[in-house]
Design a protein. Structure first.
Length: 246
């Protein structure tokens, strides 16, 4: 089935107002590749400023709380992100699962909160190197996906990002065969839960995707785009990734 490629930059804890010009340059690149859906998930401090200048790339947040408001110091609700101009949000990134101890149940609740506020969601899953080396990667990540999947999951508001934890920011990636096997396994797990809707769901690859490997990765049947870290921080590095998706 043909699915429109989705390429999203995750800036993590990078970016100041001085980088708005870089965001505008990425917008122009997105405009030049209309066949690809392009987005930037930015630090919260940049979401409103980037949204005010928004061009071809959508603006998203990097996380949201599962509650709409309350005594949650330092957290942002999905409604706050919407008010700031975000249209997407990442939930379940491995760095939050590991550093903030977020569970699959937390991730599912955050995805539902985001959906209720009108945000689209990128839900992240992935395995450690120990799990990969033990030969259990597909089973473990498929189980993580199903445990994190929110009720009512549908392709018009949800995408999945597979990010092998050991490949994030390291320059290492799985073999193309391993990526294909994982994405196929995730598609099968989705089909078991949501039926035919799984064929429409986009599954992104995350973990050191860059201009050198994007074309090969994007050519894999069940890779529907990328969640891109370091290579999305400048227009020059992000452009070949976007072009590879088109």
């Amino acid at each position: 089935m043909s699915r429109r490629k989705l390429v999203v930059g995750n800036w993590k804890m990078n970016g100041m107002r001085a980088h708005l010009a870089e965001i505008e340059a990425i917008d122009r690149i997105a405009d030049a590749h209309p066949a690809v859906e392009v987005g930037l998930c930015l630090p919260a401090t940049l979401v409103m400023a980037a949204s005010d200048k928004q061009g071809g790339a959508f603006i998203g947040g990097q996380d949201c709380h599962m509650n709409a408001n309350g005594a949650h110091t330092g957290c942002l609700s999905a409604q706050m992100l919407v008010e700031a101009g975000a249209t997407w949000v990442i939930v379940g990134h491995s760095e939050r699962r590991q550093d903030q101890g977020e569970t699959d149940a937390h991730i599912a609740a955050k995805a539902l909160a985001a959906r209720a506020a009108g945000l689209k969601v990128i839900l992240c899953v992935g395995e450690s190197l120990d799990v990969r080396d033990a030969g259990n990667a597909e089973a473990v990540v498929s189980a993580q996906l199903l445990a994190s999947l929110p009720d009512g999951a549908a392709a018009d508001w949800l995408a999945i990002a597979y990010e092998p934890i050991w490949a994030i920011g390291t320059g290492r990636i799985p073999t193309m065969e391993a990526v294909a096997m994982m994405h196929s396994a995730l598609r099968a797990a989705l089909a078991g839960r949501i039926g035919a809707e799984a064929d429409k769901m986009r599954i992104l690859y995350g973990g050191s995707m860059n201009g050198d490997n994007a074309t090969e990765l994007m050519a894999i049947a069940d890779v529907d785009g990328g969640l891109v870290g370091g290579a999305s921080l400048t227009a020059a590095k992000f452009e070949p990734v976007i072009a590879a998706a088109g």
